[in-house]
Design a protein around this ligand. Structure first.
Ligand SMILES: Cc1cc2nc3c(=O)[nH]c(=O)nc-3n(C[C@H](O)[C@H](O)[C@H](O)COP(=O)(O)OP(=O)(O)OC[C@H]3O[C@@H](n4cnc5c(N)ncnc54)[C@H](O)[C@@H]3O)c2cc1C
Length: 311
């Protein structure tokens, strides 16, 4: 991992930097490349604009590591309302949640209840799956536990798994009998080499291995769904070739990307008939998320940082 990436990921957890950054007009402006706005209406407008391009969406309100259960309740109510708004807008827009935004740090049972309330309504409204993001490595076990408990009650829940973690091969294997919906991502957090591959080529190869495992015949028979969540064109094309060679049905996989990133790739895949879903983030608590986006492409960073510290 490059030094710049390490510094940015470490900075993502700094309250002081957050305070500085969120006050700067230039930083706010540069955030808008990845986020259509702070309000749900901004996200819904962006989702509507993608619809004519045959691009569907996932909506997520930014926020993590909440410190009060009241806030988790408010987030849950918010997502329940979003499901109504999505239906009224006639959109194919799923929901993705972070466990620590639903109260995982405070009370796992409350978090589970909040998650289940969202899934239950989404299932009733036929807007599924509800996706569970994967946060940093200490959260993997509790997040898998949440997923399994919800999956025991509802069919329509999906989970993100991170290719940079050594453990993910086994985690995926353990989930396959459930016929899971899985979003494979490379991983966005600062992790020690004791738990995560430090070198990108190893992460990329593991990514391919995990996706092809979920596309294998036995996993498909169980009804698995794969979200190929990457902007890595080479990797996505390699997986598209695998899918075509094996005639994997289009109902079994989607390509997923983040709003504002790899736009030409999003359009290229969608116009060639692939299913493409764009994850749109919105909300006021964007700083740690934005720092993770910068860390993914340190080339963007010098100018932003210079302005961040300018008076
Ligand atoms: C739909 C979706 C959901 C996600 N959910 C999670 C999650 O739950 N947990 C988690 O840990 N991570 C999540 N991520 C983030 C993921 O882990 C990676 O950090 C991120 O996708 C960058 O990796 P990459 O696969 O695009 O490949 P990379 O090899 O990092 O990037 C490939 C190319 O994509 C472009 N690119 C990538 N990122 C950026 C950027 N920020 N700005 C500009 N260009 C860029 C660059 O051209 C780069 O060369 C999610 C990503 C997506 C797309």
């Amino acid at each position: 991992m490059s030094l710049m990436r390490k510094v940015l990921l470490a900075g993502s957890t700094s309250p002081w930097l957050r305070e500085q950054a969120t006050r700067r007009a230039f930083v706010r402006k540069s955030v808008s490349r990845f986020m259509p706005g702070e309000k749900i209406d901004d996200a819904l407008r962006a989702a509507s604009a993608l619809k004519p391009e045959r691009i569907t969406t996932i909506l997520t309100r930014l926020g993590e590591n909440l410190t009060k259960l009241d806030e988790a309740e408010e987030v849950t109510e918010h997502y329940l309302d979003v499901l109504d708004r999505v239906q009224r807008a006639g959109l194919d827009a799923q929901i993705s949640v972070k466990p620590t935004q639903l109260g995982l740090d405070l009370d796992a049972a409350v978090c589970q209840r909040n998650l289940d309330r969202i899934i239950e309504k989404a299932e009733r409204m036929r807007n599924t799956p509800v996706w569970i993001d994967m946060e940093s490595s200490p959260y993997v076990d509790p997040t898998l536990k949440l997923f399994r408990a919800s999956r025991g009650k509802y069919r329509s829940v999906g989970i993100a798994l991170q290719a940079y973690l050594y453990r993910t091969v086994k985690d995926l294997e353990d989930l396959i009998p459930l016929g899971p919906s899985v979003r494979i991502v490379k991983g966005a957090y600062l992790e020690p080499t004791t738990v995560a591959y430090p070198h990108k080529p190893d992460v990329d190869e593991n990514y391919y291995k995990l996706c092809t495992r979920l596309l294998a015949e036995d996993a498909q028979k169980n009804g698995s769904l794969l979200h190929i969540a990457t902007h890595d064109v080479r990797l996505a094309d390699r997986l598209a070739r695998f899918i075509d060679d094996r005639r994997v049905p289009s109902s079994a996989h989607e390509f997923a990307m983040l709003y504002g990133i790899g736009i030409s790739q999003q359009r290229r895949l969608a116009s060639s008939g692939r299913r493409v879903r764009v994850l749109i983030s919105y909300g006021e608590y964007w700083f740690p998320w934005y720092m993770r986006r910068l860390a993914e492409r340190p080339a963007n960073v010098t100018f932003v940082l210079k302005n961040m510290f300018a008076r």
